[in-house]
Design a protein around this ligand. Structure first.
Ligand SMILES: Cc1cc2nc3c(=O)[nH]c(=O)nc-3n(C[C@H](O)[C@H](O)[C@H](O)COP(=O)(O)OP(=O)(O)OC[C@H]3O[C@@H](n4cnc5c(N)ncnc54)[C@H](O)[C@@H]3O)c2cc1C
Length: 314
């Protein structure tokens, strides 16, 4: 193994969690490599406008991602993007990683920050109107729908809680659910039912989205009668579940039954020297700020671990 292929820390995933970890580790003079499957920035680059990242006004996700990337690189962090992990071995003291181009790297510590993805309906028009009327995040986009009429799709706790939270902005919220029964808790259902702004369409599956520049309507199919109707709307929020990008970690670290990485308060995983951060960990609130905070904690804990292991102080 060439010395240049050995790092103090390898970070997997270059979303806000991984980039923050890279910034903190590199600034602490830890030799750090970030590897990322796609374009640097993660879910941030899917966001046209970020209005809730403190200290930065009117920024696009792409711009914010590039600022974080530049900051990490300025401290000497190496970043390999658009690459895939061929093999990952976390079982030994020295962790090792092989990329799809055959290059092998080792590290004292690893930070896992592969993020996640909202489940999609997979129906026509959904992809085209993502970010142009279709959203998967009420905290991120609710404000853009002030005084508008919107549809919330889903029947679990998240759909109900977010429908209630969206009534702060929207003039009318229609909750569409494909079954006649909800999966949400009684409390969440009662709260939504008692809210005069929320209306319900049951037994109704959304089958298509339509519009021009932005979403204008959706098609709803009644699953008992098969009758389809066109429903005018200014926006649609889809809350049908969330999938962490942790398939490659099965049997490597402890995951819960939702596939989320189980961590302690220092973001430590079930494996010594392996930390996790961001949307892929078991937690309730998934935002850029929470990912950045996780990445910071994971980096500081990893740095301390490397220090103890190698007697390298900063
Ligand atoms: C449309 C949209 C709008 C949003 N708007 C906002 C907003 O306005 N404000 C806000 O605070 N939050 C917003 N969010 C949420 C926010 O983007 C996420 O909470 C945050 O990006 C999570 O950061 P992360 O670093 O944990 O993961 P991610 O951003 O998901 O990044 C993970 C990275 O890891 C990479 N990766 C995955 N698997 C592997 C692997 N096996 N090997 C290597 N790399 C891998 C991915 O390609 C990705 O680049 C929005 C999310 C979406 C989808």
């Amino acid at each position: 193994m060439e010395a240049s292929n050995h790092y103090d820390a390898i970070v997997i995933g270059a979303g806000p969690a991984g980039l923050s970890a890279g910034i903190y580790l590199s600034r602490a003079r830890r030799r750090t490599l970030i590897v990322n499957e796609g374009t640097v920035g993660g879910q941030m680059i899917l966001t046209h406008e970020i209005a809730n990242y403190p200290g930065v006004e009117n920024v696009s996700g792409y711009q914010l991602a590039n600022i974080m990337k530049k900051q990490a690189k300025s401290f000497g962090c190496d970043i390999k993007s658009n690459t895939e992990i061929e093999q990952l071995d976390l079982s030994n003291k020295l962790k090792s990683l092989t990329l799809s181009d055959g290059k092998k790297f080792t590290a004292e510590s690893v930070i896992l920050s592969p993020g996640g993805r909202s489940k999609t309906l997979g129906v026509p028009g959904e992809e085209a109107f993502k970010g142009r009327g279709i959203s998967y995040c009420a905290t991120c986009d609710g404000d853009f729908f002030t005084d508008k009429e919107i549809v919330v799709i889903g029947g679990g706790n998240t759909a109900f809680e977010e429908a209630v939270s969206l009534t702060k902005y929207a003039s009318k919220v229609t909750l569409a659910h494909k079954s006649s029964r909800f999966k949400a808790s009684d409390h969440a259902i009662r709260e939504a039912q008692n809210n005069p702004k929320i209306h319900f369409i049951m037994d109704s599956a959304v089958t298509s989205f339509f519009g021009n520049e932005r979403l204008e309507s959706l098609e709803i199919k009644n699953v008992t009668t098969n009758e389809t109707t066109q429903f005018k709307t200014d926006g649609a929020f889809i809350f049908i579940g969330y999938t962490p990008n942790t398939e490659f970690l099965i049997n490597l670290v402890s995951l819960n039954n939702l596939g989320e990485i189980v961590v302690d308060s220092d973001m430590g995983t079930s494996i010594e020297g392996v930390y996790a951060a961001g949307d892929s960990v078991a937690k309730r609130f998934r935002q850029i700020t929470t990912a950045v905070a996780d990445g910071t904690i994971a980096a500081l804990a990893a740095s301390e671990y490397i220090n103890q292991k190698t007697n390298k102080s900063v």
